[in-house]
Write a protein that binds this ligand. Structure first.
Ligand code: ADP
Ligand code: MG
Length: 309
Protein backbone atom coordinates (compact mmCIF):
# COMPACT_ATOMS: atom_id res chain seq x y z
CA UNK A 1 0.00 0.00 0.00
CA UNK A 2 3.03 2.24 -0.15
CA UNK A 3 2.77 3.16 3.49
CA UNK A 4 3.54 1.99 7.02
CA UNK A 5 1.37 0.64 9.81
CA UNK A 6 1.26 0.88 13.57
CA UNK A 7 -0.63 -1.39 15.93
CA UNK A 8 -0.92 -1.17 19.70
CA UNK A 9 -2.53 -3.91 21.75
CA UNK A 10 -3.10 -3.51 25.46
CA UNK A 11 -2.78 -6.84 27.16
CA UNK A 12 -0.17 -8.82 29.01
CA UNK A 13 1.24 -10.91 26.23
CA UNK A 14 4.37 -12.98 26.02
CA UNK A 15 7.07 -11.85 23.63
CA UNK A 16 6.55 -15.05 21.65
CA UNK A 17 2.87 -14.24 21.20
CA UNK A 18 3.82 -10.82 19.90
CA UNK A 19 6.09 -12.34 17.26
CA UNK A 20 3.36 -14.76 16.15
CA UNK A 21 0.83 -11.95 16.02
CA UNK A 22 3.21 -9.80 14.02
CA UNK A 23 3.68 -12.62 11.49
CA UNK A 24 -0.05 -13.17 11.20
CA UNK A 25 -0.70 -9.47 10.64
CA UNK A 26 2.08 -9.20 8.07
CA UNK A 27 0.76 -12.10 6.06
CA UNK A 28 -2.79 -10.75 6.30
CA UNK A 29 -1.64 -7.37 4.99
CA UNK A 30 0.32 -9.06 2.21
CA UNK A 31 -2.93 -10.72 1.18
CA UNK A 32 -4.73 -7.37 1.21
CA UNK A 33 -1.95 -5.97 -0.96
CA UNK A 34 -2.17 -8.87 -3.37
CA UNK A 35 -5.87 -8.11 -3.77
CA UNK A 36 -5.93 -4.32 -4.01
CA UNK A 37 -2.50 -2.97 -4.92
CA UNK A 38 -2.28 -1.06 -8.17
CA UNK A 39 1.51 -1.17 -7.78
CA UNK A 40 1.59 -4.94 -8.18
CA UNK A 41 1.08 -6.15 -11.76
CA UNK A 42 -0.24 -9.47 -10.53
CA UNK A 43 -2.65 -8.29 -7.85
CA UNK A 44 -6.29 -9.28 -8.22
CA UNK A 45 -7.24 -5.71 -9.11
CA UNK A 46 -4.48 -5.38 -11.72
CA UNK A 47 -5.58 -8.62 -13.38
CA UNK A 48 -9.19 -7.43 -13.24
CA UNK A 49 -8.17 -4.16 -14.91
CA UNK A 50 -6.21 -5.91 -17.66
CA UNK A 51 -9.06 -8.24 -18.56
CA UNK A 52 -11.29 -6.67 -21.21
CA UNK A 53 -13.88 -9.47 -21.26
CA UNK A 54 -17.53 -8.68 -20.53
CA UNK A 55 -18.28 -11.98 -18.81
CA UNK A 56 -18.99 -12.31 -15.08
CA UNK A 57 -15.55 -12.75 -13.50
CA UNK A 58 -15.35 -14.60 -10.19
CA UNK A 59 -13.58 -12.43 -7.62
CA UNK A 60 -12.46 -12.95 -4.03
CA UNK A 61 -14.76 -12.26 -1.10
CA UNK A 62 -12.59 -9.28 -0.07
CA UNK A 63 -12.71 -7.79 -3.57
CA UNK A 64 -16.49 -8.04 -3.68
CA UNK A 65 -16.92 -6.72 -0.14
CA UNK A 66 -14.88 -3.59 -0.86
CA UNK A 67 -16.38 -3.09 -4.31
CA UNK A 68 -19.91 -3.26 -2.90
CA UNK A 69 -19.07 -0.72 -0.20
CA UNK A 70 -17.50 1.57 -2.82
CA UNK A 71 -20.52 1.29 -5.12
CA UNK A 72 -22.83 2.04 -2.22
CA UNK A 73 -20.93 5.27 -1.43
CA UNK A 74 -21.02 6.12 -5.15
CA UNK A 75 -24.81 5.76 -5.16
CA UNK A 76 -25.40 7.94 -2.09
CA UNK A 77 -22.96 10.60 -3.30
CA UNK A 78 -24.42 10.54 -6.82
CA UNK A 79 -21.07 9.65 -8.27
CA UNK A 80 -18.86 12.11 -6.38
CA UNK A 81 -17.12 9.03 -5.05
CA UNK A 82 -16.16 6.79 -7.95
CA UNK A 83 -13.47 4.13 -7.92
CA UNK A 84 -13.37 4.00 -11.73
CA UNK A 85 -11.54 7.34 -11.92
CA UNK A 86 -8.14 5.59 -11.79
CA UNK A 87 -7.23 6.38 -15.41
CA UNK A 88 -7.86 10.06 -14.66
CA UNK A 89 -5.72 9.81 -11.52
CA UNK A 90 -2.94 8.43 -13.73
CA UNK A 91 -3.48 11.07 -16.41
CA UNK A 92 -3.00 13.77 -13.77
CA UNK A 93 0.18 12.05 -12.65
CA UNK A 94 -0.95 10.64 -9.30
CA UNK A 95 -0.99 6.97 -10.24
CA UNK A 96 1.60 4.25 -9.66
CA UNK A 97 3.80 5.83 -12.37
CA UNK A 98 4.33 8.92 -10.31
CA UNK A 99 4.78 11.97 -12.51
CA UNK A 100 2.94 14.88 -11.07
CA UNK A 101 3.68 18.11 -12.80
CA UNK A 102 1.81 18.25 -16.05
CA UNK A 103 -1.67 19.53 -16.71
CA UNK A 104 -3.39 17.44 -19.40
CA UNK A 105 -5.31 19.08 -22.23
CA UNK A 106 -9.12 19.13 -22.28
CA UNK A 107 -9.23 16.60 -25.11
CA UNK A 108 -6.90 14.24 -23.24
CA UNK A 109 -9.15 14.54 -20.19
CA UNK A 110 -12.29 13.96 -22.24
CA UNK A 111 -10.85 10.86 -23.88
CA UNK A 112 -9.96 9.25 -20.55
CA UNK A 113 -13.08 10.52 -18.79
CA UNK A 114 -15.26 8.62 -21.29
CA UNK A 115 -13.74 5.41 -19.95
CA UNK A 116 -14.93 6.03 -16.40
CA UNK A 117 -18.19 5.60 -14.53
CA UNK A 118 -19.06 3.26 -11.66
CA UNK A 119 -22.32 2.29 -13.37
CA UNK A 120 -20.21 0.27 -15.82
CA UNK A 121 -19.62 -2.29 -13.06
CA UNK A 122 -22.14 -4.78 -11.85
CA UNK A 123 -21.74 -7.12 -8.90
CA UNK A 124 -23.39 -10.49 -9.01
CA UNK A 125 -23.71 -11.63 -5.44
CA UNK A 126 -24.90 -15.17 -6.23
CA UNK A 127 -22.01 -15.73 -8.61
CA UNK A 128 -19.52 -13.97 -6.30
CA UNK A 129 -18.48 -12.18 -9.45
CA UNK A 130 -18.22 -8.84 -11.18
CA UNK A 131 -19.23 -7.93 -14.70
CA UNK A 132 -17.82 -5.03 -16.70
CA UNK A 133 -20.39 -3.37 -18.94
CA UNK A 134 -17.65 -1.74 -21.01
CA UNK A 135 -14.28 -3.30 -21.76
CA UNK A 136 -11.97 -0.48 -20.67
CA UNK A 137 -13.41 0.23 -17.23
CA UNK A 138 -10.76 0.22 -14.46
CA UNK A 139 -11.06 0.11 -10.71
CA UNK A 140 -8.79 1.90 -8.25
CA UNK A 141 -9.19 1.02 -4.58
CA UNK A 142 -6.59 3.53 -3.29
CA UNK A 143 -9.22 5.54 -1.44
CA UNK A 144 -10.64 2.58 0.49
CA UNK A 145 -8.08 -0.27 0.62
CA UNK A 146 -6.10 1.07 3.57
CA UNK A 147 -9.31 1.35 5.53
CA UNK A 148 -10.22 -2.19 4.58
CA UNK A 149 -6.76 -3.36 5.70
CA UNK A 150 -7.38 -1.73 9.09
CA UNK A 151 -10.71 -3.57 9.37
CA UNK A 152 -9.06 -6.89 8.52
CA UNK A 153 -6.43 -6.41 11.23
CA UNK A 154 -9.09 -5.33 13.74
CA UNK A 155 -11.17 -8.42 12.91
CA UNK A 156 -8.11 -10.61 13.47
CA UNK A 157 -7.45 -8.99 16.85
CA UNK A 158 -11.13 -9.37 17.81
CA UNK A 159 -10.97 -13.04 16.89
CA UNK A 160 -7.92 -13.54 19.10
CA UNK A 161 -9.69 -11.98 22.04
CA UNK A 162 -7.99 -8.59 22.15
CA UNK A 163 -10.41 -6.02 23.52
CA UNK A 164 -8.16 -2.99 23.72
CA UNK A 165 -6.24 -1.94 20.66
CA UNK A 166 -5.40 0.71 18.12
CA UNK A 167 -4.73 -0.14 14.48
CA UNK A 168 -3.38 2.41 12.04
CA UNK A 169 -2.38 2.07 8.37
CA UNK A 170 -1.19 5.18 6.56
CA UNK A 171 -3.28 7.45 8.75
CA UNK A 172 -6.52 5.43 8.68
CA UNK A 173 -7.27 4.05 12.10
CA UNK A 174 -9.59 2.05 14.26
CA UNK A 175 -9.66 1.72 18.03
CA UNK A 176 -11.38 -0.58 20.47
CA UNK A 177 -11.67 -0.40 24.23
CA UNK A 178 -9.17 1.68 26.15
CA UNK A 179 -5.48 2.59 26.07
CA UNK A 180 -2.85 1.41 28.57
CA UNK A 181 -3.95 4.09 31.04
CA UNK A 182 -7.47 2.67 30.99
CA UNK A 183 -8.95 5.73 29.29
CA UNK A 184 -10.27 6.39 25.80
CA UNK A 185 -7.78 6.48 22.94
CA UNK A 186 -6.41 9.93 22.22
CA UNK A 187 -6.21 10.48 18.48
CA UNK A 188 -4.76 13.50 16.74
CA UNK A 189 -6.47 15.16 13.83
CA UNK A 190 -3.62 16.58 11.78
CA UNK A 191 -3.33 20.23 10.88
CA UNK A 192 -3.80 20.42 7.10
CA UNK A 193 -0.39 21.97 6.54
CA UNK A 194 1.93 20.67 3.82
CA UNK A 195 5.07 22.28 5.24
CA UNK A 196 5.10 20.49 8.59
CA UNK A 197 3.33 17.87 10.68
CA UNK A 198 1.30 19.42 13.45
CA UNK A 199 -1.80 18.62 15.47
CA UNK A 200 -5.02 20.47 14.90
CA UNK A 201 -7.02 18.76 17.61
CA UNK A 202 -6.95 15.70 19.82
CA UNK A 203 -10.11 13.66 20.20
CA UNK A 204 -10.81 10.96 22.78
CA UNK A 205 -12.68 8.03 21.32
CA UNK A 206 -13.39 4.34 21.68
CA UNK A 207 -14.83 1.58 19.47
CA UNK A 208 -14.62 3.61 16.31
CA UNK A 209 -12.70 4.12 13.07
CA UNK A 210 -11.32 7.44 11.86
CA UNK A 211 -10.14 8.50 8.41
CA UNK A 212 -8.79 11.78 7.10
CA UNK A 213 -8.44 13.00 3.54
CA UNK A 214 -6.92 16.29 2.54
CA UNK A 215 -5.32 18.33 -0.19
CA UNK A 216 -2.19 19.05 1.85
CA UNK A 217 -0.01 15.95 1.27
CA UNK A 218 -0.50 14.67 -2.22
CA UNK A 219 -0.66 17.52 -4.73
CA UNK A 220 1.35 19.54 -7.20
CA UNK A 221 1.38 23.23 -7.99
CA UNK A 222 1.54 24.78 -11.42
CA UNK A 223 1.36 28.53 -12.06
CA UNK A 224 0.15 29.11 -8.51
CA UNK A 225 -2.70 26.60 -8.73
CA UNK A 226 -2.79 23.58 -6.46
CA UNK A 227 -3.88 20.31 -8.06
CA UNK A 228 -4.84 17.64 -5.55
CA UNK A 229 -5.05 13.88 -6.02
CA UNK A 230 -8.81 13.92 -5.51
CA UNK A 231 -10.58 13.90 -8.86
CA UNK A 232 -14.06 15.27 -9.41
CA UNK A 233 -15.63 12.49 -11.51
CA UNK A 234 -18.06 15.00 -13.02
CA UNK A 235 -15.31 17.08 -14.64
CA UNK A 236 -12.36 14.69 -14.79
CA UNK A 237 -10.24 17.31 -13.02
CA UNK A 238 -8.78 17.60 -9.52
CA UNK A 239 -11.18 19.27 -7.11
CA UNK A 240 -10.71 22.97 -6.47
CA UNK A 241 -12.15 24.43 -3.32
CA UNK A 242 -11.40 25.74 0.12
CA UNK A 243 -11.76 22.47 1.89
CA UNK A 244 -8.38 21.62 3.42
CA UNK A 245 -9.26 18.32 5.07
CA UNK A 246 -12.08 16.04 6.07
CA UNK A 247 -12.11 13.68 9.05
CA UNK A 248 -14.77 11.00 9.25
CA UNK A 249 -15.67 8.69 12.13
CA UNK A 250 -17.51 5.46 11.38
CA UNK A 251 -17.88 1.93 12.66
CA UNK A 252 -15.76 0.49 9.90
CA UNK A 253 -12.51 1.94 8.70
CA UNK A 254 -13.28 1.31 5.03
CA UNK A 255 -16.51 3.27 5.36
CA UNK A 256 -14.72 6.20 7.01
CA UNK A 257 -11.97 6.06 4.37
CA UNK A 258 -14.34 6.14 1.41
CA UNK A 259 -16.56 8.85 2.89
CA UNK A 260 -13.53 11.05 3.60
CA UNK A 261 -12.55 10.97 -0.07
CA UNK A 262 -16.17 11.52 -1.11
CA UNK A 263 -16.46 14.64 1.07
CA UNK A 264 -13.22 16.03 -0.41
CA UNK A 265 -14.98 15.86 -3.78
CA UNK A 266 -18.29 17.27 -2.54
CA UNK A 267 -16.80 20.17 -0.60
CA UNK A 268 -18.04 21.43 2.75
CA UNK A 269 -21.40 22.77 1.60
CA UNK A 270 -22.85 19.85 -0.35
CA UNK A 271 -20.83 17.50 1.84
CA UNK A 272 -22.30 18.85 5.06
CA UNK A 273 -25.88 18.46 3.82
CA UNK A 274 -25.22 14.91 2.66
CA UNK A 275 -23.52 14.05 5.96
CA UNK A 276 -26.57 15.30 7.86
CA UNK A 277 -28.90 13.32 5.60
CA UNK A 278 -26.90 10.13 6.13
CA UNK A 279 -26.01 10.70 9.76
CA UNK A 280 -22.25 10.67 9.12
CA UNK A 281 -19.81 11.98 11.75
CA UNK A 282 -17.63 14.52 9.90
CA UNK A 283 -15.22 17.31 10.73
CA UNK A 284 -14.51 19.68 7.84
CA UNK A 285 -11.53 22.03 8.05
CA UNK A 286 -12.15 24.92 5.68
CA UNK A 287 -9.49 27.43 4.57
CA UNK A 288 -10.52 31.02 5.12
CA UNK A 289 -7.68 33.31 4.20
CA UNK A 290 -4.86 32.38 6.55
CA UNK A 291 -7.06 30.68 9.08
CA UNK A 292 -9.07 27.48 9.34
CA UNK A 293 -12.75 27.18 10.08
CA UNK A 294 -14.06 24.05 11.78
CA UNK A 295 -17.37 22.62 10.69
CA UNK A 296 -18.64 19.57 12.57
CA UNK A 297 -21.78 17.56 12.07
CA UNK A 298 -23.84 16.97 15.23
CA UNK A 299 -23.01 13.27 14.99
CA UNK A 300 -19.27 14.04 15.08
CA UNK A 301 -19.82 16.35 18.05
CA UNK A 302 -21.77 13.68 19.88
CA UNK A 303 -19.14 11.00 19.31
CA UNK A 304 -16.25 13.13 20.57
CA UNK A 305 -18.26 14.52 23.47
CA UNK A 306 -16.94 17.45 25.49
CA UNK A 307 -13.43 16.24 26.20
CA UNK A 308 -11.71 17.10 22.91
CA UNK A 309 -8.75 19.46 23.14
P1 ADP B 1 -4.94 8.88 0.78
O1 ADP B 1 -5.08 7.48 0.27
O2 ADP B 1 -3.82 9.65 0.15
O3 ADP B 1 -4.97 9.00 2.24
P2 ADP B 1 -7.65 9.16 -0.05
O4 ADP B 1 -8.13 8.10 0.87
O5 ADP B 1 -8.47 10.40 -0.13
O6 ADP B 1 -6.21 9.65 0.29
O7 ADP B 1 -7.54 8.52 -1.48
C1 ADP B 1 -7.04 9.26 -2.56
C2 ADP B 1 -6.97 8.38 -3.79
O8 ADP B 1 -8.27 8.03 -4.21
C3 ADP B 1 -6.35 9.05 -4.99
O9 ADP B 1 -4.96 8.92 -5.00
C4 ADP B 1 -7.01 8.33 -6.14
O10 ADP B 1 -6.31 7.13 -6.44
C5 ADP B 1 -8.36 7.97 -5.61
N1 ADP B 1 -9.41 8.94 -6.00
C6 ADP B 1 -9.28 10.20 -6.47
N2 ADP B 1 -10.48 10.77 -6.68
C7 ADP B 1 -11.41 9.84 -6.35
C8 ADP B 1 -12.84 9.83 -6.35
N3 ADP B 1 -13.56 10.88 -6.76
N4 ADP B 1 -13.45 8.70 -5.93
C9 ADP B 1 -12.75 7.61 -5.52
N5 ADP B 1 -11.40 7.57 -5.48
C10 ADP B 1 -10.74 8.66 -5.89
MG1 MG C 1 -10.07 7.70 1.48
Amino acid sequence: MGTSYHITVVKDVYAKEVITLQDEIDSLLEDVNETFSTYSETSEVSLFNKDTGLNVRPQSVDFITVLKEALYISEVTQGAYDITVGPLVNLWGFGPDFNKDSVPTDSEIEEVWLKTGYRQLSVSTEAQGVKKLTADIHVDFSSIAKGFGVDKVADLLDLQGFENYMVEIGGEMRVRGFNSEGIKWRIAVEKPDSSKRAIHKVINVTDIAMATSGDYRNYFEKDGVRFSHTINPATGKPVQHNLASVTVLAKKSMTADAWATAFMVLGDKKGYDLAIENNVAVLFLVKEGDSLRELMTPTFQRVIGDDAS
